[in-house]
Write a protein that binds this ligand. Structure first.
Ligand code: NAD
Length: 282
C-alpha cells in the first residue's frame, strides 16, 4: 500500500487543513467540495494559512509554492482514478458520509484506501457500508490541522493490520503523532472533550457564570489555551451537538444528554465562528 495521491472530500475547516498538510508533505491532493463557494473558501484558506506559516518562518516561500501546485480543487468526484487514499471530511452525519464513500467507490481504484475524519461515528459501521471494510480507517485530525500535532487512529473491526500500518506511516509523514483509540463513540478525544464542553454550556444555561467567566476560569484556572465555549464556537456548534448525540445514543447514558441551550443555538443557525455567531460574535 503506497500513498502518493490523496483526495480530501469536504473543503471546510478540517478538509482544507488536511489538504494543506498533505500538500506540504509532498502528496498530490485533490480537494473536493460540492459547493463551489466552500471550495473557493477552502483553497483561499490554505493559501492564507500557508502564507502565515511563511511569515512565521515555519515553512519557506519555496515550500509554499510547491505545496500550492500540489493541490487542485474539484466540485465532483470525476478524476479520482489515480488516487491512493480518500479522506472524507464532510459534516458529522452518518448518512452523508456513507453517501460520499458509496459515490467514491465508482470513481476510485479497487485498492484505493478510505479514511474518515469523523469525530465520533462508528468506524466499523461506516466501513461496513462500503465495499472495502479491511481498507477503511478513522484518521481523526485535530483543529486547526496545520498546528495540532495529534492524529487519533481508529481501526474498525475489519480494518487490516496493513491498513493500520500504512495509515500510521501516512499520518507520521505529515509530521503528526499518532494515538490509537478503540472504535467506541467519541473515541478518546471527544469522549473526554465534548462532555466538558457540554458541561460548560450547562453552566452557562443554568446561570452559574457568564460565557466570559466560564472561559476565564478554565483558561487561567486550569491552564487551558482556550475556554470551552470559545473552543465550541471554533469547533462548530453543529459538530458539538452531533458528537453529543452520538455519545448519548451510543452509550445510552443520560450524562451525555446535549444541553438544551446547545440545541437551541444550532436550531437558530448560530454555529460559532463559521456563521459569525455562537457563544461569542465574530
Ligand atoms: P465544515 O462544516 O467546516 O465543512 C464541511 C464541508 O463539507 C463543507 O464545506 C460542505 O460544503 C462540504 N460538503 C457537504 N456535503 C458534501 C458533499 N456531498 N461532497 C463534498 N463536500 C460536501 O465541517 P468541519 O468542521 O470541517 O468538519 C468535517 C468533519 O471533521 C466532521 O466529521 C467533523 O466531526 C470532523 N472534525 C471536526 C473538527 C472541528 O474542530 N471542527 C475536529 C476534528 C474532526
Amino acid at each position: 500500500m503506497k500513498i502518493e495521491q490523496v483526495a480530501v472530500v469536504g473543503a471546510g475547516q478540517m478538509g482544507n487543513g488536511i489538504a494543506h498538510v498533505s500538500a506540504l508533505a509532498g502528496y498530490k491532493v485533490i480537494l473536493i467540495d460540492v459547493n463551489q463557494d466552500a471550495l473557493d473558501n477552502g483553497l483561499a484558506a490554505i493559501e492564507k494559512n500557508m502564507a502565515r506559516q511563511v511569515s512565521k518562518d515555519k515553512i519557506s516561500q519555496a515550500d509554499m509554492d510547491v505545496a500550492l501546485t500540489n493541490i487542485v480543487g474539484h466540485t465532483n468526484m470525476a478524476g479520482l482514478g489515480d488516487i491512493d487514499l480518500l479522506i472524507e471530511a464532510v459534516a458529522e452525519n452518518f448518512e452523508l458520509k456513507v453517501k460520499i464513500f458509496n459515490e467514491a467507490q465508482s470513481h476510485v481504484k479497487a485498492d484505493c484506501l478510505f479514511a474518515s475524519n469523523t469525530s465520533s461515528l462508528s468506524i466499523t459501521k461506516l466501513a461496513t457500508a462500503t465495499d472495502r471494510a479491511e481498507r477503511f480507517i478513522g484518521l481523526h485530525f485535530m483543529n486547526p490541522v496545520p498546528m495540532m500535532k495529534l492524529v487519533e487512529l481508529i481501526s474498525g473491526l475489519a480494518t487490516s493490520d496493513e491498513m493500520f500500518g500504512t495509515s500510521k506511516k501516512f499520518a507520521e509523514s505529515l509530521g503528526k503523532t499518532v494515538a490509537t483509540a478503540e472504535d467506541f463513540p467519541g473515541f478518546i478525544a471527544n469522549r473526554i472533550l465534548m462532555p466538558m464542553i457540554n458541561e460548560a454550556i450547562y453552566t452557562l444555561y443554568e446561570g452559574v457564570g457568564s460565557a466570559e467567566a466560564i472561559d476565564t476560569v478554565m483558561k487561567l484556572g486550569m491552564a487551558h489555551k482556550m475556554g470551552p465555549l470559545e473552543l465550541a464556537d471554533y469547533i462548530g456548534l453543529d459538530t458539538c451537538l452531533a458528537i453529543m448525540n452520538v455519545l448519548h445514543d451510543g452509550f445510552g447514558d443520560g450524562k451525555y444528554r446535549a444541553c438544551p441551550l446547545l440545541v437551541k443555538y444550532v436550531d437558530a443557525g448560530w454555529l460559532g465562528v463559521k456563521t459569525g455567531h455562537g457563544f461569542y460574535n465574530y
